[in-house]
Design a protein around this ligand. Sequence first.
Ligand code: HEM
Length: 350
Amino acid sequence: MIKKIALNEGSEFNLTQAVNSMIYTFTSKAAFGKKYLEQEEFISVIKQCIKLAGGFYIGDLFPSAKWIQNISGMRPKLEKFSERIDKILENIINDHKEIRSRRAKDGMAEVEEDLIDCLLKFEDCDSDTYFHLTRDNIKAIILDVFSAGSDTAATTIIWAMAEMIKDPRVLKKAQAEVREGFDRRGRVDEAAIDEFKYLKAIMKESLRLHPTVPLLVPRESGQVCEINGYHIPVKSRVLVNAWAIGRDPKYWTDPDKFYPERFIDSSIDYKGTNFEYIPFGAGRRICPGMNYGMANVEQVLALLLYHFDWRLPNGMKNEELELREEFGASMSRKGDLYLIPTTSNQLLVI
Ligand code: HEM
């Protein structure tokens, strides 16, 4: 992908599309190990499902009226997608099983394992052992990784890039940190990325202003309670507005300002214990892919900042860039982000 961007040097480039396909490629590599013919179709069906899940659907307002689901065409559509996803995953898992048994015969069962290989170990073990996974469990986990982990990470990267483009001071400071770090080590590596304090602060600040799952996962109250004078009956569906919490002036000075420095030397983290900042949620439903997601975001941002200088097309001024939000399953920036990349003078191997 970095090479593809380099080919576009000096001309307008759709960064949103490129980051999206890069993140799906990372996820496919981690989950499937190699490229499968049906992989593109699998990703395309998942994207369509995410779009459907995030759109307005009249049936949600009348959950007991089953006929709405049928006449709206939503149910048959989802059933078709579900059958297709199931079939593709079945093929990929069976292929992994075959390769595993071949490797086992050669005494190389654990060479280069991907996520499916790891999960299959738990399908193979006895069903009355402590931890056993069925075939459906494995499919559900793979589906979760793709549906919950790809869009969210790509969206976070684009928000961070857009905020930096809008504020060249931040962009310059981040680039200086990343370039100094990689150049000092003489290579682009993960250990260097770990030291980028300012980049980490940028990611935190982006997630504060633009949490990709703004209302978290809905909760159901287990007992009657009262919050801020509101009576919450048992079994109520409760939505937590992480977006509003992240901009609450009670906890944040100048809350609408993108100011990564607020996180430097601050102990506030997204691990679910600072309730004024919960871009990954909190409690038992907290995002289980938080570390993997942030590693992806960090890596991609570091490479984009290291290899390229960025400006807006058509002579647009930085402050003119709009940061409006799109309604959907994850809260992405409205419209794709088009930028012009130019390669910087230094450069380690791309
Ligand atoms: C920057 C990237 C990501 C962001 C911002 C993000 C954010 C979130 C948020 C806010 C929730 C709801 C938590 C709650 O309601 O308390 C969530 C749930 C979840 N996330 Fe992530 N996530 C990211 C990446 C990932 C990745 C990479 C994976 C998988 C590999 C993943 C898997 C999940 C799953 C399975 C859930 C549902 C957990 C449950 O309901 O028990 N996420 N995520």
